[in-house]
Design a protein around this ligand. Structure first.
Ligand code: ZN
Length: 162
């Protein structure tokens, strides 16, 4: 596995297990090659433009990042989608993972989503994607230009960490 460690963030290209079994926040970098219709149960079919996307999430509880992100990487073999992101990773396997290990009391997915949304030209094509239990407009952001894992990590390192 080709990984880059920084003081606080881990970048994994073509992420695959094993991952830390600790709790943490993570961002997935995904890419769509062509216009795609994403089917999400009650929302129906949602058109997505080609390009790079970032999804932010957190992994808490038993198994931590290993369990949660490992689940993302096992799709599309899994039959049932549980979270919104399951529908997307089933058609666009994550290209890279940026993760920050931390205790259960912290949660950076919302701060990261807000930080990434400040970039001019972004869009949030699916309202409330991954954010049904918080107040964010969406945890899925379409980036306006090609995005490398290192650029994503650099963006996330700007977040206000406590
Ligand atoms: Zn949120």
């Amino acid at each position: 596995m080709d990984s880059v460690c920084t003081a606080h963030h881990v970048v994994e290209r073509t992420p695959r297990p094993p991952l830390p079994s600790l709790g943490g926040s993570y961002a997935l970098l995904l890419h769509l090659n062509s216009p795609t219709l994403l089917r999400i149960g009650y929302m129906g079919l949602i058109p997505l433009l080609p390009g790079d996307y970032v999804y932010t999430g957190s992994a808490r509880g038993p198994g931590g990042l290993a369990a949660r992100v490992g689940r993302h990487l096992r799709l599309p073999e899994m039959r049932r989608a549980r979270w919104h992101i399951d529908h997307l990773t089933a058609i666009a396997p994550p290209l890279a993972l940026v993760a920050r290990v931390h205790g259960d009391e912290e949660r950076y997915e919302c701060k990261w989503a807000a930080l990434l949304a400040r970039q001019p030209g972004i869009s949030r094509p699916v309202p409330r994607f991954g954010s049904s239990d918080c107040a964010c407009p969406s945890h899925l952001i379409r980036w306006p230009a090609p995005l490398t894992p290192e650029e994503l990590r650099d963006f996330l390192e700007q977040a206000p960490y406590t």
